[in-house]
Design a protein around this ligand. Structure first.
Ligand code: NA7
Length: 548
C-alpha cells in the first residue's frame, strides 16, 4: 500500500464505486450507478456541485455551446421542464441548472463536499481500490470513476515575485464567490484565451484602467448572444430526441442546425468564400469553422479563413497598430476558437491598453504591480487568465497507483495512454470520463459525458451479471488506440500550434495531442467494443487472482 494511502486512518464502509468529482460527469455517473443498485460514494473538492462551473465565476463566464444543446438529455422531463433564458448560458445559470439536477434526482446525499481525493491505490490481492481523502478517510471500492473534468486544474505560471503582490491576484478558473468590484482600479490581466476574451469587455467597463498582457493573439467569433426565441425553444422541445440525434451525427456532436459545408474553400470563388464566411460570422459562434470542409486540413485553405477574421479585426479596431497586434498569425482553430461579445471593440476604449509580450515576457510581479518587457505597471489587482493543465492535470494531481505500485504519473510521463479515453493498462477497474483519447474537449461536453457515463454504467452492470471481478485494457488495444488518435490528429492542422490540446501551455508537459477527433465514429467504436464482449479488454472472473 502506498505511503500516502496508508497514512489515512479513518476506514469507512466499503462501497461498489467511488466517483471523484461532482460536476456534470460525476452527478450523472452517480445517478446511473445508483439506479442500477450499486452503492456509490462521491467526493468533491468544492463546497457544492458543478465542477468547472462551480469554480469559473469570472465576469462574463458563459458556455460557448448553445444552451439548448449544452444540457443533459437522459431525462425527457428534465429537458422539457428546464427553461434556458439565453442562447449562450451564463455560468450562474448553468450552476443553477446543475443544482436543480442535484436536487431533482436526490443526488446530494451521496456526495461528500469539501473533500479532495489525495491518493488511490489498487490492491491486487483484493482486486479493489483504496481511496484516501483530504479528510483522512480511507474507502475501499471495487470501481473508481474519475469525473475530474478536463479544465479543472488551473495553470498558474511560476512568475517571479508572484506572492509579493500586495493587491488581490485572481485566477479566472478559481474566482471568488463574492462579487469582485474593479471600480476605480488599475487592473492587469495576463492571457488572451477564451476566459480573458469573455471577461475583458466586462472588466474594462468597470475598471479605471485595464492593461491586457498578450503573449499570443487569438481568433474570436462574435457570439451574437441574446434571449432565446420562444418559438425556437418550443420547436426544439417538440422534438428534443430528434434534435439530439441530429447533433450526435455531427462531427463534433453539436451544431446540426447549421451543418458543416464539406466543399473546399480553394475551389470556391472569392465571392463565394466571403459569402460563406460572412453568413457564419453573422450567425456567430463555433460553427464558423464549418464554412468549408478543408479548413482544418489544408494550410492554404485555413489561411483564407484566417485572413477573413483578421480583416474583421482591422474593421473592429480603430487604431491600426493595435489591430495588428491583436491579429493572430497561427492556424485558425488549432487553438480553441473563442466566442465573444465586443472583445475586439473593447480595445477602442481609452481606458484599455494592450501590451504585446510576444517578444518578451512578464519579467516579474512586484509588490505594486508588474514588470513586462522591462516596463513597470502600477496595478491594484491582477487577473491570471492563464488557463488550465488540461485533460491530465486533475488526474495526475492525485497519487494514483495501479498494478505493481506503478503511478499514473510514471505511466503517462511521455503523455497520456488510454484505450478509448476510458481506461488505461495497469489500472484495472478505473474509468475516466472524457479522458484523453476521447472526443471530450473537441465535442459538446454534455452528450460526450453522457455517452461515457452510459458506457461505463453498462459495463459495470455487465461485469456484475457475468461475475467478472476486474476489467483492464490489453496493451495491444491501448497501443493501437493511441496510434489511431495520433494518426487522425496528424492529418489535421490541430497539432500545428502551441495549444492546451497538446499540453503545450504548461512548461515541461509532454507534447501529445490528447482529444480524439470525430464524435460519430468514436461513439460507434465504443458501441462495437461493448457489443463484442468488451473487445480489447481482459476480463478476470471472480475468484481468479487478477495479479496473474
Ligand atoms: P487558455 O485558452 O489556455 O488561455 C490562456 C492564456 O494565458 C493564453 O493567452 C496564454 O498565452 C496565456 N498565458 C499562459 N501562460 C502565460 C505566461 N507564462 N505568460 C503570459 N501569458 C501566458 O485558457 P482559458 O482559460 O482562456 O480557456 C481555456 C478553455 O476554457 C477554452 O479554450 C474554452 O474551451 C474554455 P499563449 O496562448 O499560451 O501564448
Amino acid at each position: 500500500m502506498s505511503e500516502s494511502v496508508s497514512s489515512h486512518i479513518a476506514i469507512t464502509e466499503p462501497c461498489d464505486a467511488v466517483v471523484i468529482g461532482a460536476g456534470f460527469a460525476g452527478l450523472y455517473m452517480l445517478h446511473r450507478l445508483r439506479g442500477l443498485g450499486f452503492s456509490v460514494r462521491v467526493f468533491e473538492a468544492g463546497s457544492g456541485p458543478g465542477g468547472t462551473w462551480f469554480w469559473n465565476r469570472y465576469p462574463g463566464a458563459r458556455c460557448d455551446i448553445e444552451s439548448m444543446e449544452y444540457s443533459y438529455q437522459f431525462s425527457e422531463e428534465l429537458q422539457q421542464d428546464w427553461e434556458w433564458t439565453e442562447r449562450y448560458a451564463t455560468q450562474p445559470e448553468i450552476l443553477a441548472y446543475i443544482n436543480h439536477v442535484a436536487d431533482r434526482f436526490d443526488l446530494r446525499r451521496a456526495i461528500q463536499f469539501d473533500t479532495r481525493v489525495d491518493a488511490m491505490n489498487f490492491d491486487e490481492q483484493a482486486g479493489r481500490w483504496t481511496v484516501a481523502t483530504s479528510r483522512g478517510e480511507r474507502v475501499s471500492a471495487q470501481y473508481c470513476v474519475m469525473a475530474t473534468g478536463c479544465l479543472s486544474s488551473t495553470n498558474t505560471p511560476d512568475f517571479d515575485g508572484i506572492d509579493s503582490f500586495r493587491g488581490p491576484c485572481y485566477h479566472t478558473g478559481d474566482w471568488p464567490h463574492d462579487p469582485v468590484d474593479f471600480s476605480g482600479q488599475k487592473v492587469g490581466i495576463i492571457g488572451t484565451g477564451s476566459s480573458a476574451i469573455q471577461s475583458i469587455p466586462l472588466i474594462a467597463e468597470q475598471a479605471e484602467h485595464l492593461y491586457v498582457f498578450q503573449r499570443t493573439p487569438n481568433y474570436s467569433v462574435p457570439a451574437h448572444n441574446g434571449l432565446l426565441d420562444p418559438d425556437f425553444v418550443r420547436a426544439t422541445k417538440d422534438d428534443y430526441a430528434g434534435f439530439r440525434k441530429r447533433n450526435s451525427a455531427a462531427p463534433a456532436g453539436f451544431g446540426s442546425a447549421f451543418p458543416a459545408n464539406e466543399g473546399s474553400v480553394l475551389e470556391a470563388s472569392e465571392a463565394e468564400q466571403q459569402a460563406a464566411f460572412e453568413a457564419r460570422w453573422q450567425r456567430g459562434g463555433l460553427p464558423f469553422l464549418g464554412a468549408f470542409g478543408d479548413l482544418m486540413i489544408n494550410p492554404q485553405a485555413n489561411d483564407v479563413a484566417a485572413a477573413f477574421v483578421r480583416n474583421k479585426i482591422q474593421e473592429a479596431v480603430d487604431d491600426p497598430a493595435v489591430a495588428q497586434t491583436l491579429s493572430p498569425t497561427q492556424v485558425v482553430g488549432c487553438k480553441r476558437l473563442c466566442v465573444d461579445t465586443g472583445y475586439y471593440q473593447t480595445f477602442n476604449r481609452p481606458n484599455v491598453t494592450l501590451i504585446d509580450i510576444s517578444e518578451g515576457q512578464i519579467d516579474e510581479i512586484t509588490t505594486s504591480g508588474l514588470i513586462a518587457n522591462g516596463d513597470s505597471y502600477e496595478l491594484d489587482a491582477i487577473v491570471l487568465a492563464t488557463g488550465f493543465d488540461a485533460m491530465t492535470g486533475a488526474l495526475l494531481a492525485i497519487d494514483i497507483r495501479g498494478r505493481g505500485g506503478q503511478t499514473l504519473r510514471q505511466k503517462w510521463s511521455e503523455g497520456p495512454r488510454t484505450y478509448l479515453g476510458l481506461a488505461t493498462v495497469g489500472f484495472p477497474n478505473l474509468f475516466t470520463i472524457t479522458g484523453p483519447g476521447s472526443p471530450s474537449v473537441l465535442s459538446n461536453m454534455l452528450p460526450s459525458i453522457e455517452q461515457h457515463v452510459n458506457w461505463i454504467a453498462d459495463c459495470i452492470e455487465y461485469l456484475r451479471e457475468h461475475e467478472i471481478a476486474n476489467i483492464e485494457p490489453t496493451l495491444e488495444a491501448e497501443d493501437q488506440w493511441v496510434a489511431v488518435v495520433n494518426m487522425i490528429a496528424g492529418v489535421t492542422l490541430y497539432p500545428h500550434c502551441n495549444s492546451w490540446y497538446l499540453g503545450a501551455n504548461v512548461p515541461g508537459k509532454p507534447r501529445v495531442f490528447m482529444p480524439f477527433l470525430g464524435v460519430p465514429p468514436y461513439a460507434e467504436r465504443c458501441r462495437e467494443v461493448a457489443s463484442n464482449g468488451y473487445e480489447g479488454f481482459v476480463l478476470t472472473p471472480l475468484g481468479v487472482d487478477s495479479a496473474n
